[in-house]
Design a protein around this ligand. Structure first.
Ligand SMILES: *Cc1c(COP(=O)(O)O)cnc(C)c1O
Length: 361
């Protein structure tokens, strides 16, 4: 059986170092906002290339805290891709703001920069982009639009840790970057974890307070904040795993390249590789086919596990009844046809060859 993602093997590559990290925290007697969180924040800021990083509880809260920290008036609009994981949109709703969905480009699956401008209104405050499936968005035209209209640009980097656009990493391509370190992400913790990267010191100070009850100073509360701290243990594990992120992304690129050059199925649409190979970190390898169920069954019969990212578009989710009558044809087509092949840093070329043969059979 070839699993979609062998999380256990990925993690156990670093077993000794992770155990040592656990022991260090255990023996330190300090379990919340200690040395490991500070060290991870410094290491991750340096990795991303921003002056600041704030560790938070998870990816959803990373986005929510950024929006909260900007203090947009209630009902302000945030432009967001219609094709994303639900967390991106939930974060906007939870802040009392209005998500404005924009269709993706069918060749990148990311927000179509050409379609953004027509959705800008006097209430628009920010463009929240998502580097979906591990591919960097086309940031230059988005930044230009945001500057022309005085909007913030925020990145959801949950699926693209370490991806590079024009020489800069995700999280350093906008006003603020939100990261999830959910275990299955390219940089994954051993539980829930997240972070925010930014350039602005005032924003940084607000975020630090907001994640910790709105407090800079113990028992003095400047804002109505949250409890969304990066856990000390998770920070210790992330410090170990961060060292291997570039190497592991490179291993994913090798598998993706193998698929791209070996899969020859006329009824399968392969992903488009970016011009700069560093712009793709292949969080998932998504193909499209008109007959997804059959394709999935065929691979399963040969012991190959696949996953669908994602089966139901946001505007058809029961949670968003208000969008039930809306139509986003490109997003709907994507949700109808996509299916993700196994890809991971511990997969071998022989594993990838098995998938290729499974598709041909
Ligand atoms: C995983 C993910 C999130 C949410 O991260 P959590 O840590 O699970 O809260 C947000 N956006 C995208 C695109 C994701 O893939």
């Amino acid at each position: 059986m070839l699993p979609f993602l062998d999380l256990k093997s990925i993690t156990l590559q670093h077993r000794e170092e992770l155990l040592a990290a656990f022991e260090e925290v255990l023996d330190s007697g300090w379990y919340i906002l200690g040395k490991k969180v500070a060290a991870f924040e410094a290491a991750f800021a340096e990795y991303v290339g921003t002056p600041y990083c704030v560790g938070v509880g998870n990816g959803l809260e990373a986005i929510r805290l950024i929006l909260e920290a900007y203090g947009f008036p209630p009902g302000s609009e945030v432009i967001v891709p219609a094709n994303t994981y639900i967390a991106t949109v939930l974060a906007i709703s939870q802040c009392g703001l209005k998500p404005v969905l924009v269709e993706p480009d069918i060749s990148t699956y990311n927000i179509d920069p050409q379609l953004i401008e027509r959705h800008i209104t006097p209430r628009t405050k920010a463009i929240l982009v998502v580097h979906l499936y591990g591919k960097c968005c086309e940031m230059q035209p988005i930044r230009a639009l945001a500057d022309a209209y005085g909007l913030k640009v925020i990145e959801d980097c949950a699926q693209a840790q370490g991806a590079v656009y024009h020489g800069k990493k995700t999280g350093n391509l906008s006003d603020a970057g939100a990261f999830s370190f959910y275990p299955a992400k390219n940089l994954g913790a051993l539980g829930d974890a997240g972070a925010i990267t930014c350039h602005d010191e005032t924003l940084y100070q607000r975020l630090r307070a907001l994640r910790n009850y709105g407090s800079h100073e113990k028992y003095k509360n400047l804002y109505k904040g949250y409890n969304s701290r990066l856990d000390e243990l998770q920070a210790a594990f992330l410090l170990v795993k961060l060292k291997y992120l570039d190497e592991e992304n490179e291993a994913r690129r090798r598998i993706a390249q193998y698929y791209l050059s070996h899969i020859k199925a006329p009824n399968l649409v392969l992903p488009t590789a970016s011009k700069d190979p560093l712009s793709d970190v292949w969080h998932v390898f998504v193909v499209r086919t008109a007959n997804r169920e059959l394709f999935q069954q065929q691979l399963k019969a040969q012991g190959i596990q696949t996953v669908i990212h994602y089966p139901i578009p946001m505007h058809h989710q029961p949670a968003y009844q208000e969008w039930a009558t809306k139509s986003f044809p490109i997003t709907e087509k994507i949700h109808r046809e996509v299916i993700s092949l196994p890809i991971s840093p511990v997969m071998t070329e022989a594993d990838a060859a098995l998938v290729v043969r499974g598709i041909e059979n």
